[in-house]
Design a protein. Structure first.
Length: 166
């Protein structure tokens, strides 16, 4: 599954767009499969689009965005390694966009999909591993594209040198 676990990179838009593959734009999480054997599909691109574009968010802003109480966010910080807001000089929690995306993902897993905390941790770790692989593929693809361009330039240069000696 292409996905986007909260990102902080130049490739964020590419991976966010990739997250939309096989995902519904009307729902952040859907179930796939039949019977009791359902595997949630998480549209992390939709989660990313829900967040205003800012450098940092205070805990109250994140709580309002997610529809949660601040104490829930503080509890989740103790439970989920993936959720780790920085502290400002005034000891105020400052959430990055990645943290806000993680909060929204945790909320969907716990409240909508009815995951246990342990299950949500496992799913987040799985999604993070998949994201790492996706990022590696993007980097490899970029390198291959650059190499292809360079090879084409070299072939052109070699052909022009051949024409000089013919």
């Amino acid at each position: 599954m292409d996905e986007l676990i909260p990102l902080v990179s130049e490739k964020q838009d590419q991976v966010s767009d990739a997250a939309d593959i096989e995902m519904s734009s009307s729902s952040i999480i859907q179930s796939e499969g039949d019977g009791d054997n359902k595997d949630p599909i998480i549209d992390l691109g939709e989660i990313a689009r829900m967040i205003p574009d800012k450098m940092a968010y205070k805990i109250g802003e994140v709580a309002e965005l997610a529809g949660l109480k601040t104490y829930v966010l503080r509890y989740w910080e103790s439970e989920f390694d993936a959720l780790n807001p920085q502290k400002s000089a005034f000891n105020q929690r400052m959430y990055s966009r990645r943290d806000v995306e993680t909060v929204l993902l945790i909320k969907k897993l716990l409240y909508d999909e009815k995951f246990s905390i342990a299950g949500a941790k496992k799913k987040i770790n799985e999604l993070r591993r998949e994201l790492k692989v996706e990022k590696q593929w993007i980097e490899v693809s970029d390198r291959v594209e650059l190499a292809t361009i360079r090879i084409s330039e070299l072939v052109t240069e070699i052909n022009s040198l051949k024409s000089l000696f013919n």
